[in-house]
Write a new protein. Structure first.
Length: 277
């Protein structure tokens, strides 16, 4: 048996890194320790890692459009052009008012305000910011059929925290060729769309997250949207609101709000494959 430089015996054919049970432990000054670099969090590539089921959309192309299309003050600074889960986006909600309701008087006009939040709902019962990150990715999109019963959105729905998500277009995958082809879907006339959603405010231990989720409706029989999504899966599309319905959607009683959940007419939408740069 030969000795290594620390004086520890090594069996022929054995490993110097694994001492024999009858041998002394390796010399500490020759035990190398490597520090593992912490994993860096990179934003997902919009065309590679995201399954596009209305979970990616395009913001309005100019600040003035927020005022022109939705009657809210234009933002001072625009956000990134495209939004996907956990990115910041704009949404429109009913402005809070402390004025008490007066019986037998006509309801005052609904005042809309532009807010900013994370795309992907964070329920109020989430315990930590790390848990919020995990859950919000799965709650970027919500089926309208379950919004009033599902645990993550039930209280938000009952509290009337509805919103409108302004967008220029949204993206879906076209699987008809057997491969996912990213497709941009917008209005034929190029005007902005307002999509129904829910918003929430989470706060714990001095940290706060404003977030929102996009509502979807069934599109199995939709002349355009039934082409998109994987074969065998239910077809879905964003719940696009009609122009002029912004205030009504935000202020309608719960039993009437569901009436806004309809598929937008196919002849008013235009789909184009995304050109790779």
């Amino acid at each position: 048996m030969r000795a290594n430089r620390c004086g520890n015996g090594v069996r022929p054919g054995g490993s110097a890194n694994i001492p024999h049970r009858h041998q002394p432990a390796p010399c500490k000054r020759h035990v190398w320790k490597f520090k593992q670099k912490p994993a860096q969090e990179h934003p997902p590539s919009p065309w590679v890692s995201i399954a596009r089921m209305s979970t990616q959309y395009e913001c309005l192309k100019s600040a003035d459009l927020y005022a022109e299309a939705f009657g809210v003050p234009a933002p001072e600074t625009l956000l990134d052009k495209e939004v996907w889960p956990r990115k910041q986006g704009f949404f429109i909600r009913k402005a809070h008012s402390d004025a008490p309701a007066v019986p037998d008087e006509a309801a005052p006009p609904v005042v809309l305000e532009l807010a900013q939040g994370q795309f992907g709902l964070v329920p109020t019962w989430v315990k930590s910011t790390s848990d919020a990150k995990l859950r919000s990715t799965k709650l970027a999109v919500t089926r309208y059929e379950t919004m009033s019963t599902a645990t993550p959105t039930r209280e938000t729905w009952l509290q009337g925290q509805r919103c409108i998500i302004p967008m220029q277009a949204f993206f879906e995958d076209d699987w008809r060729s057997g491969k996912a082809v990213p497709t941009r879907i917008a209005r034929v006339d190029g005007k902005p769309m307002g999509v129904a959603g829910l918003w929430e405010q989470w706060a714990k231990d001095g940290e706060s997250i404003t977030s929102f989720t996009l509502l979807t409706v069934n599109a199995n029989s939709h002349a355009l949207m039934n082409r998109y999504g994987q074969n065998g899966n239910e077809k879905r599309m964003p719940a696009i609101l009609n122009e002029g319905a912004w205030s009504a959607w935000l202020s309608a009683p719960l039993d009437k709000a569901r009436e806004f959940m309809r598929a937008y007419p196919a002849n008013l939408l235009l789909a184009n494959p995304v050109q790779k740069k």
